[in-house]
Design a protein around this ligand. Sequence first.
Ligand SMILES: Nc1ncnc2c1ncn2[C@@H]1O[C@H](COP(=O)(O)OP(=O)(O)OP(=O)(O)O)[C@@H](O)[C@H]1O
Length: 370
Amino acid sequence: MVMVCYYNHLLTPVGGVRFSITKPSVLRAETNNPMASDLSSDRSVFRGVSSSSPIRRRDLVFVVNPRGANGRTGKEWKKLLPYLQSRLGSDCNICESLTSGPSHAIDITREAIREGADAVIAVGGDGTLHEVVNGFFWDGKPVANWNTEAVHSTALGLIPLGTGSDFARTLGWKNDPREAIDRIARGVRSRIDVGVISREGEGSHYFINVADIHLSAKAGFYASRYKKFGNLCYVIGALQAFIGHHNQDLRIKVNEGEWQTLSQVTALCVGNAKYFGGGMKITPNADPQSGSFEVVILQDFKWYDFILKLHKLYNGTHLSLNNVTSRNVYTIEVDEISGSGNIFIQSDGEHLGFLPRKLSILPGAIEMIC
Ligand SMILES: Nc1ncnc2c1ncn2[C@@H]1O[C@H](COP(=O)(O)OP(=O)(O)OP(=O)(O)O)[C@@H](O)[C@H]1O
């Protein structure tokens, strides 16, 4: 079978990359994105080679956020392309899709899965990974290949090139993109869990790393404005979030049980993986293959507690503190008591809105190249 990954600068709207169906077995990326790398115009890279071998060439779609890590992702990606081509070009059809703005990675991923890509690889930070993960779902269900006779499924891949790249830390991956490409070349897949967040009257939202509520979510909201300062953005975001912060009584319902009240919550963190905020080991026992979340709740923290206990939050030893609790859950509903409507929630470092929300685990929902 011949799979073609075809790059065309003439056919798309400004700044876009999209896949369009020409015939079921053809995967086509189209763009006129000015950020497209030099190699984008080299069709020998993006066009599949007709193969007479009975072994099917894998179709790999790399979803690259050129603005990730304040533009470092785009620069690093360009430097990586020759290695990528040398490592994967002989066995795989390689397709590069540069995102043109927020949420674009979701659409690219959905189209790639429907077109039968073997893997969609997020190239960027946790925000890009988050969008690619959301692209694996549509209308509350997993996205499927349009070709219902296809025997392969689409795996998720990751080349961590963001500011924080916290999800990769849980997997023990070094911040080495060549190592990530070697991993993709090996192509070993494992099932991992995904979290789903819902609210009455709204569509579902998915996350792979950590979802968190109140102070930390507010800090993440502000941190996103200061990404140009690298990991320092999380410190600046936290300082800004502290201004006017009040711990709040919240109510939670765990595993469909009874509602219970939590007093003076500073932050409530739901971990599918361990790290957030640029390396803080907030949910140290979370494991994306466990089939459950670790929920860590910080209560009645004062500003000076963060100064005195910050090292514990970074190295994951904070669970021994009096006002920190941890539990394993499958579902958790969180609502506020005061009705202020301003308790922040974020997932994978992306601002999601405000309470209430229900968070549930989807065990083994995605196959990941590990
Ligand atoms: N072309 C683009 N221009 C501007 N923003 C973009 C573009 N493509 C994607 N984005 C947005 O950039 C945000 C951040 O991207 P990403 O997570 O890759 O990098 P980061 O924030 O530096 O890393 P981390 O999330 O690991 O700290 C994402 O939320 C995404 O919506």
